[in-house]
Design a protein around this ligand. Structure first.
Ligand code: PMV
Length: 324
């Protein structure tokens, strides 16, 4: 009753922002991501008769109460599917930069879903695993797959059709994603709370919903045609639009630090010199820069020289879930 799984993180090109069902993690819009090869979570789950509660070890430390509750609630969903009430020991290791604000919930819940269901002997299709992972953290449903992945929001109330699928595998289009970690000390609003507040009271959220499906359609065409400029433009615009909805919320949410803005300005300038590169930002201060592999070295060096930038790591489209 023990299994180990590894899942990579993903970066959304077209963002998921807002839930229509908080309990089932059903999104207000469909989204699209690239799974990243360099950052991953490795998780071992063992269900045992002798345990009186779930145990969590997170990066060699006991997890926080909040983390333990999230993991335990998620395991209960899996226990219900498998028809067991055994508790589990969960040991998880995150291979992501230690700097604050680097999202790992996607890889964390994807790896946990895969390891826990395997440990219980459930034989699941990728789509079924994706539906389960979604209920730990929305973006986790995309980390089941490698390469370029679309999460279809679905329409059913029970969420069975709110599932991710691969649209292009990781070997079919090699782009570079430069992951820039910026200096950020302040504790930010979680994506969960940030999207909730935005949906509840930002007057701009309607503008997001009115246009996000067009952005997604355009991104998919760009991927199909390997049109880098088109993909970059719609990705950048979509990220800025998401952040604009948060600025309109009350109280407003601003995730950017000075380093974030420095990178945005630098990338915009770089394009004026004829080098195509585009940025995207999740619910945090860090920035991902999408560029062609032939420009990666030069851009990485220049980013490292910006004052607010601590670290830059080059990533490529990576694989989906693996079992160790
Ligand atoms: O799945 P969560 O709760 O980590 O939310 C993800 C939200 C964004 O990262 C901002 C967008 C996305 O699609 O990943």
């Amino acid at each position: 009753m023990k299994a180990t799984a590894r899942a990579n993180t993903n970066i959304a090109l077209i963002k998921y922002w807002g839930k229509r069902d908080e309990k089932l993690f059903l999104p207000m819009n469909s989204s699209l991501s690239i799974t990243l090869d360099r950052f991953y979570s490795t998780t071992t789950v063992e269900f045992m008769e002798e345990l009186k509660e779930d145990k969590l070890i997170f990066n060699n430390n006991p997890g926080s109460n909040e983390d333990r509750n999230k993991v335990s609630n998620f395991l209960t969903k899996i226990r219900n599917i498998a028809g067991t009430n055994l508790y589990a020991s969960v040991i998880t290791e995150n291979n992501v930069p230690t700097a604050a604000g680097f999202a790992s919930s996607a890889s964390g819940f994807a790896a946990l879903a895969a390891a826990a269901t395997k440990a219980l002997g459930l034989k699941l299709k990728d789509e079924e695993l994706s539906v389960i992972a979604r209920q730990g953290s929305g973006s986790a449903c995309r980390s089941i797959y490698g390469g370029y992945v679309e999460w279809d929001m679905g329409t059913r109330a029970d969420g069975r059709d709110s599932v991710a699928k691969q649209i292009l595998d990781e070997k079919q289009w090699k782009l570079t994603i430069l992951s820039a970690i910026v200096d950020s000390g302040i504790k930010k609003v979680s994506s969960r709370d940030g999207m909730k507040r935005t949906v509840e009271n930002s007057p701009y959220y309607k503008g997001w919903l009115d246009t996000v499906s067009d952005d997604l359609r355009e991104a998919k065409i760009a991927i199909k045609e390997r049109d880098f400029q088109r993909l970059g433009e719609v990705m950048e615009s979509n990220a800025l639009k998401m952040h604009a909805t948060m600025l309109g919320a009350r109280p407003p949410i601003l995730y950017w630090e000075s380093g974030t803005v420095e990178i945005m300005n630098y990338i915009t300038e770089l394009r004026r010199t004829g080098i195509p590169a585009y940025f995207t930002i999740d619910a945090g201060a860090n920035v991902k820069v999408l560029c062609l592999p032939e420009h990666e070295e030069g851009i990485k060096k220049a980013l490292m020289e910006l004052k607010g930038v601590l670290q830059v790591i080059a990533c490529y489209p990576g694989q989906g879930i693996s079992y160790l």
